[in-house]
Design a protein around this ligand. Structure first.
Ligand code: URA
Length: 245
């Protein structure tokens, strides 16, 4: 028998052994897809279709694992789980706090007034919603749009982390205090943190900025958010159009 045949036989025996002890399925390793930016254009679609499907499958499998989630009390009052939307391998991910009323009804993040403002910010960056990925720290609406509570954040956190692992973005924009504090494991305020990059798990740059809902109440802060987005665009290697400088 040659080396390869010996190797196959060994694997075969090992699989039979696993079957005997009751293991019928094995996880497969996800392909690492390099969908990073190329040159100065936002190339989200460099993965071939097969790898993109693998990536979709990965997000889908996370959604399947989430299931009809009852891991925290938010399930009692939600209409829909709001998982996330956008490019499955976006270079840029926006993470909000939790769904509001419109999002709860439609099952899609950032579709209400704050969402429309976020869409305008994304468009002003020269991007479309489909180019980026948008999700929240908690996937179910906190009643009356209250802040998500620590036990709710803790229950949802593994799913957010898995989404980020599946997408492998270059940059995360954390929208508001709860998103920033959750992702950076800090209790610092957004006002102290925004405007500079931090590392999320040592390999993804994270920019904290004000939440669009806050901007709706504090128009003057839009300037600061735009400054933050310009830093993000530069890090992505994207041009800022003259009139938007
Ligand atoms: N605010 C959020 O934090 N997320 C949404 O999806 C909508 C509003």
């Amino acid at each position: 028998m040659n080396d390869i045949a010996v190797f196959h036989k060994k694997i075969g025996n090992y699989l039979l052994y696993l079957k005997e002890i009751g293991i019928e399925e094995l996880p497969f390793q996800r392909k690492v897809i390099n969908a990073r930016l190329q040159g100065s254009s936002y190339q989200t679609q460099v993965a071939d279709n097969a790898s993109l499907e693998t990536c979709n499958l990965n997000l889908e499998s996370i959604r399947v694992e989430l299931g009809d989630c009852r891991r925290c009390k938010l399930h009692k009052t939600r209409t829909n789980i709001v998982f996330g939307v956008g490019h499955p391998h976006a270079s840029l991910v926006f993470v909000g706090e939790g769904p509001g009323e419109d999002e709860d009804l439609q099952g899609e993040p950032f579709v209400g007034r704050a969402g429309q403002l976020l869409t305008r910010i994304i468009n002003a960056m020269g991007l479309k919603r489909e180019d980026v990925y948008i999700c929240n720290v908690v996937k179910c609406r906190p009643p009356g749009n209250r802040n998500p509570e620590p036990d709710e954040i803790a229950a949802c956190r593994p799913f957010l982390e898995k989404q980020i692992d599946a997408i492998r973005p270059k940059i995360i924009v954390a929208l508001g205090t709860h998103s920033t504090q959750t992702l950076l494991n800090t209790t610092e305020k957004i006002t102290a943190l925004r405007g500079r990059f931090y590392w999320y798990r040592n390999n993804i740059q994270l920019m904290p900025t004000f939440h669009p809902s806050y901007l709706l109440r504090n128009e003057s802060k839009k300037k600061e958010v735009w400054e933050d987005m310009k830093i993000v665009l530069k890090a992505l290697g994207l041009k800022i159009s003259e009139e938007k400088k």
